[in-house]
Design a binder for this molecule. Structure first.
Ligand code: HEM
Length: 407
């Protein structure tokens, strides 16, 4: 790592967890390509134009399973069975792995799920409505996408609880609830349990074929040989994790942003047709994946006069790029009327979010129903007491979102 690297502790400090945007602004202006040392060393890219280029730069590889086994740096020893999937691969493997599932996420196929997703949304709201208060992460934002993706994959309802427990250990790691050593052990244990659970589930479905997405992956493995057995498990994990964690954090961030901008909340309530563009704006304003998943430089690469050496990791800071004043007028202002711009909240290039149609549908149905059905919605605690994921987490989201409303 470069000798002028900024220690991560200096970046992920103070108010960063609550409001990282002033730090991102400083980086964008002073060090748009900034080496940062810490849990793992990486170069952060923060300007919109550089971010867009970097996300499609073939010299920045997503193959974390090359000879140097970069995945160990990022995901730890129990991760290989789960993470060898399309997100961590380059073409042509990426093309092969993505093609197998891309049909299932095409807009028309996703549209067919609308009635079922609307039912799940309404059931979750029915449960909290009589109480006049709720903790919206665990009562709504997490179970909504979790139920949807588990049903799509074919994970039995009786298992949703424990699968959720394991994925939550991974999502919330670093929140300081346990000493770091225990935390690492807990994450590795959760990864191992999830891996064994998914392996057993695939085995069971192979013995008794099912008409669900895991069944389709097994067919791709057994009938046309386009997928290996290990890739069936790793793809299932990616769809499970990517399919609920980002959407859950997005819903939490979006509700909090609206509650802290009451005039925008009222505007959206009184003009529901703004919802689709409001969702894009909320994603731009405070997205759940602040930094795209890691890339590795396969040769020396220069950005903004800074040489990123071969083998270095690169983090494209989506949330910094999405607040770049060179691209967005008054970028720190939430404006649900903002004309839908080309934000990077769903990524860019070949790894552009596969689940974008599903995410938008869940967000529209979920946020729409919350605004329509929970009148008088407000935070139940002062803003400073809302508990968040830790500053250095790869995800941006809330641990809890306590609210009250008119019962
Ligand atoms: C608001 C919700 C969501 C957001 C903000 C989001 C964001 C993203 C981003 C930024 C990427 C690119 C990561 C990178 O290049 O490093 C990505 C990839 C991906 N997303 Fe999403 N996502 C969301 C919901 C979903 C859902 C519901 C699914 C459903 C399964 C999903 C599945 C995936 C997959 C499989 C990839 C990897 C694609 C590839 O490598 O080709 N996402 N997502």
């Amino acid at each position: 790592m470069s000798t002028d690297a900024v220690p991560g502790a200096e970046i992920y400090t103070g108010q960063f967890a609550a409001d990282p945007y002033p730090t991102f602004a400083r980086l964008r202006t002073d060090r748009p390509v900034c080496p940062v040392s810490g849990r793992f060393d990486q170069y952060l890219i923060t300007r919109f134009d550089d971010a867009r280029v970097a996300l499609t730069d073939p010299r920045l590889s997503k193959d974390l399973y090359g000879p140097e086994a970069h995945y160990l740096r990022f995901f730890g020893p129990n991760s290989a069975g789960l993470n060898r999937n399309m997100l961590n691969s380059d073409p042509p493997e990426h093309t092969r792995l993505r093609r197998i599932v891309s049909q299932a996420f095409a807009p028309r196929r996703i549209e067919a799920l609308r009635p079922r997703v609307a039912r799940i949304v309404d059931d979750l709201i029915d449960k909290v409505l009589p109480h006049g208060r709720a903790e919206l992460m665990h009562d709504f934002a997490i179970p909504l996408p979790m139920t949807v993706i588990c049903e799509l994959l074919g994970i039995p309802a009786a298992d949703h609880g424990r699968v959720l427990d394991w994925t939550q250990v991974i999502r919330t790691s670093g929140s300081g609830e346990r000493p770091p050593e225990q935390e690492r052990a807990a994450v590795q244990d959760a990864q191992a349990r999830l891996y064994h659970y998914l392996t057993d589930l695939v085995r069971a479905k192979r013995a008794r074929p099912a008409d669900d997405m895991i069944g389709a992956l097994i067919d791709a493995c057994d009938q046309d040989g386009t997928l290996s057995g290990a890739e069936v498990v790793a793809t299932t994990f990616l769809l499970l994790f990517a399919g609920h964690q980002t959407t859950a954090d997005f819903l939490g961030n979006a509700v909090l942003a609206l509650l802290t901008h009451p005039e925008q909340l009222e505007l959206l309530r009184s003009t529901p047709r703004l919802l689709p563009s409001a969702i894009e704006e909320l994603l731009r304003f405070d997205g759940p994946l602040p930094v795209a998943s890691p890339r590795i430089a396969t040769e020396d690469v220069e950005y903004q006069g800074v040489t990123i050496p071969c083998g270095a990791a690169v983090g494209v800071v989506i949330n910094a790029a999405n607040h770049d004043p060179a691209h967005f007028t008054d970028p720190d202002r939430l404006d649900v009327r903002r004309v839908r711009g080309p934000h990077l909240g769903f990524g860019h290039g070949v790894h552009y979010c596969l689940g974008v149609s599903l995410a938008r549908m869940e967000a529209q149905l979920g946020l729409g129903a919350l605004l329509r059905r929970l009148s008088g919605l407000r935070l139940a605690v002062p803003l400073a007491e809302v508990r968040r994921l830790p500053a250095a987490s790869p995800f941006r989201g809330l641990l809890e979102l306590p609210v009250t409303f008119t019962a």
